[in-house]
Design a protein around this ligand. Sequence first.
Ligand code: WT7
Length: 654
Amino acid sequence: MVVPESQDKMYYPPDDLKRDAHVPDFNTYLALYRKSLENPEAFWKEIADEFFWKKPATGPMLQYNFDVTKGTIYVKCMEGAKTNMCYNVLDRLVKERDLGERVAYYWEGNSPDHHMAITYRQLLSQVCRCANVLKQMGVKKGDRVSIYLPMIPELVYTMLACARIGAVHSIVFAGFSSESLCERIVDAQSSVLVTADGVYRGEKLINLKQIADEALKKCRERASSSVTKCLVIKHPAFRTKDGAACNKLQTSWDPGCDVWWDEVMRDSPEECEPEWLDAEDPLFILYTSGSTGKPKGVLHTVGGYLLYTSLTFKYVFDHHHDDVYWCTADIGWITGHSYITYGPLANGATSVLKYKVTKFYTAPTAIRLLMKYGREPLQKYDLSSLRILGTVGEPINPEAWEWYHDAVGQGRCPVVDTYWQTETGGHVLTPLPAATPLKPGSATFPFFGVEPTILNEHGEELEGEGEGYLVFRRPWPGIMRSVYRNHERFEKTYFKKFPGFYVTGDGCRRDKDGYYWMTGRIDDMLNVSGHLMSTAEVEAALTEHPALAEAAVVSRPHKVKGECLYCFVTLKDSREFNHKLVEELKRLVREKIGPIATPDFIQNAPVLPKTRSGKIMRRILRHIARNEKDLGDLSTLADPKVVEELFSKRCEAA
Ligand code: WT7
């Protein structure tokens, strides 16, 4: 890898950011990167020294086997060390660094009267009280606690309380159905469920407790009634200003199982000695749906995850103590775990709120949604505090990247396009904002300790330019350790295809300057007349058209070409779908990629089917394109109504 200079359009880091940056230029990045691969022991040891270890490690910083032909797959970081995550992200700051009065979170509810600032000291005291409540309920080290909560401060209190007593949290996004919640409780065999009475989603009142009750009923029917207690939080929206309950919801109550949070927290002591865990003890399980079948319980452990999330947060967002950082994710997703809770807190960061944000982190789908409204709404606000913008979750098309950079970042904020997965624990391919020259749409280069390579179908490594499977040759501290209670599935899913490598399941291209470009999931590849192409590149070409807000491309069988392209396009607000537009779009793709990629079908799609985390569900679009009515499991779809609408607008013939 060389310091990138290229004929491509590049965006260079702004000087004011370089001045006090942790990694101020590309050569510094390269030197640190080399050290992280050549001497991982020394590299990670230095990071670990920032944190508190009750007992030092007896094993090396990293130990692993990635080769299924040589035995079981494992990764261990700092074996033998004793520590506690909660102590490191709270007590260490409050007691050792005197940061108790610093704000950890500015919380904003749905309505303007619901907001508060929570300092590190207050957070520690709430977490300890909650930890004592959980202990009182019989939760011990190693027990699982399922958490089904909206974005309220109690969600952070509960997850950190689990971390404090060595319980393993399994957070289930509060938009999931009772069926999904039940499935995840059964798999985790949780002994406690934490939920809230209800939540407003926009104007709509959702009775969460009722969904939780249904889930528990289903668990019992499946003879796996592991849950003995259900801790219920009264959502701040259902309290009056003085904290009294104002009941808008009918909540059914099982006195043998249900416990009101307020009642047990009131007298719970503020002191709670942390449970000293092994570095490799589990910290949490987080279910990721996977393309088919049962969700996988991705397991992360204490020590490595602490090192990796804290370091990526510090470097990728170039964190400084006067920042106000806002990540728009829900804590129910890995982005929230790593970059709302653990990474930021480990750095003593101040998160969220809407005012004077300096670092803003969101998903491409949200950017494309905002693009639909044009630049005008942005002009009403003072965006001058912003310094770094981030994206995650999907390949970002250059069009959306440039809009984000120019309209939101006003041309002065680097965009860090962070590629990673629930499984990787933290960013693995990402720019560093003061060091890396950017190319719109590229996640650029690997983070420290990460060694990517690209393989072809036969498992041969591609040198230099090329496109194929993105894999990693060695672990970094934050990588997942197993699929909960199913290590075989872990080995099969990630290590079987190419022995010796962790297989991401994503396609990737390395360009002539060494930049990595994600091309989408491998299963989102298309083969048109023997030419392999990714949905992402066609989508990027389409969205260059000024009328388009978003595009999703899938394959449809074709007598001659094998497969052909079927494109769903969402127009910007005031645009009209007509024949002329269709022809323009076809021409655009032909010009950008080549005649081989000319779409056969272009369908108007006022809305696209998305998961609740904002990923386009191309599987469903494939069914629509092929007119297959049996759509399989739709439970991860945010709004099931879109399917019918898309069927009604389907293109029959080209
Ligand atoms: C998949 C992982 C990681 C937090 C959110 C999603 C896709 C993620 C990017 C990016 C291109 C990306 C990949 C990956 N993805 N970030 N910057 N560019 N693709 O977590 O639900 O585990 O999804 O999201 O396909 O495998 P997840």
